[in-house]
Ligand binder design. Structure first.
Ligand SMILES: [Zn+2]
Length: 275
């Protein structure tokens, strides 16, 4: 019975938040998006945007809040799945914020909060390229670098539910400053914000808003395609760091398949070579 329950799935991100409303069979009945009002949020500001997104998708689907059985929220950052605590996220101005508790002050229904790459990995496991695979990895390249891992047909989260932070593995001692506060993280060389930071150096400065960062990246891409040496070097270096990251994933986990996904790339899959 598809009508037995309805759920809302939300993805929070740097540029815009998106939501889908599905029935119990997983059929998408409505989808919507809202631009973010700022790059970095306090928890109340983030809850305002989540509330506005839920209002909008209910209005567009013709459903009422009482029709919704549960909400799932995926967001970038280090998310403690068991408690709903966000240990760190580039979307939040403070560390160790409990999104589940904040959600409960406004909505009286279950909420499942996870790292966005983990949710994408579950989608690949249940519906996508990973259905026939017992061991595979998903690497996402967006405004950060994320990863999800399936071992023995199950999503692996680590002891506290916040492992597999590929973007914050170190690829350079005392290297580039990462948004997490540490130095030399993979995403400090590879993520959208890192490329935008480099682009500002190569092409001139932009301001720090999601929109200007996206425009700067687009300009950088066009310049690289047109043969601009500095722009090409930025992408080539990012590609080398991505190779290092993927090579480490292969060496550690020997996955059957790696799925590259996220708004920073067209989704692609490849079978790691034996070495
Ligand atoms: Zn980092």
């Amino acid at each position: 019975m598809p009508d037995a329950a309805h759920v809302i799935g939300i993805k929070l991100s740097y540029n815009r938040h998106t939501a889908v409303l599905t029935d119990f069979a997983g059929n998408i009945l409505a989808d919507t998006a809202l631009p973010t009002t700022q790059a970095v949020h306090s928890m109340p500001q983030l809850m305002e945007e989540i509330g506005a997104l839920i209002d909008r998708i209910l209005a567009e689907s013709g459903k009422a809040l009482a029709d919704i059985r549960a909400v799932g929220i995926g967001m970038p950052g280090i998310v403690e799945f068991d408690t709903g605590t966000i240990a760190w996220s580039a979307l939040l101005s403070e560390r160790d914020q409990n999104l589940r508790a904040a959600f409960a002050t406004r909505f009286d229904m279950p909420v499942y909060i996870d790292n966005d790459a983990n949710m994408l990995t579950l989608a690949e496991l249940w519906f996508g390229e990973g259905r026939q695979k017992s061991d595979f990895a998903v690497v996402t390249i967006e405004n950060g670098v994320g990863m999800g891992l399936v071992l023995n047909n199950r999503l692996y989260r680590g002891a506290r539910g916040m492992g597999l932070e590929l973007g914050h593995t170190k690829v350079q001692l005392d290297g580039a400053l990462c948004r997490c506060g540490q130095r030399g993280c993979l995403e400090a060389y590879l993520a959208d914000y890192a490329l935008a930071r480099e682009a500002a150096t190569a092409l001139g400065p932009g301001t720090d808003t999601p929109q200007s960062s996206q425009m700067l990246l687009e300009t950088l891409f066009q310049n690289a395609k047109a043969g601009n040496r500095a722009a090409r070097t930025i992408f080539e270096r990012a590609g080398r760091y991505l190779s290092v990251g993927l090579s480490n994933v292969v060496q550690l986990f020997d996955p059957e398949l790696i799925i590259l996904s996220g708004s920073g790339c067209n989704t692609t899959t490849f079978m790691p070579p034996k070495c």
